[in-house]
Design a protein around this ligand. Sequence first.
Ligand SMILES: [Zn+2]
Length: 132
Amino acid sequence: MAVKKLTAAKLKKFEELIRKELQESRSYIDKTNQDQSKGARESAGDLSSYAFHQADQGSDTNLMEQTVMLMEQERDKIRLLNDALNRISEGNYGICEICGELIADTRLEIIPYARYCIDCTAKEEGKKRYRK
Ligand SMILES: [Zn+2]
């Protein structure tokens, strides 16, 4: 039985895709960090005694929470993308970790860090729903 594996050309294509997404996530985080430290300095200047009590400024707080959430998502994504790069070097990228079948190219193009094929993802999500 032949070992299931993506061709070298495909691996290279997905590796480039992953590196591109990593770059985008990292620059988003860098940019947001810069904006936040700039914002913190500005509000410290305005209201030095209230720098840590911005409860009145509801919209600012929501925006900050949203930013924190987005940053978390980007960090998660970076972790997943790095895992995917590891799988490329280990030679098991693009193979479903549950059933061992190849993950469809169309799926990897949308989610280059996917670890399961569409069938197994659906089954896993079905299980989660039942566990409730
Ligand atoms: Zn599978």
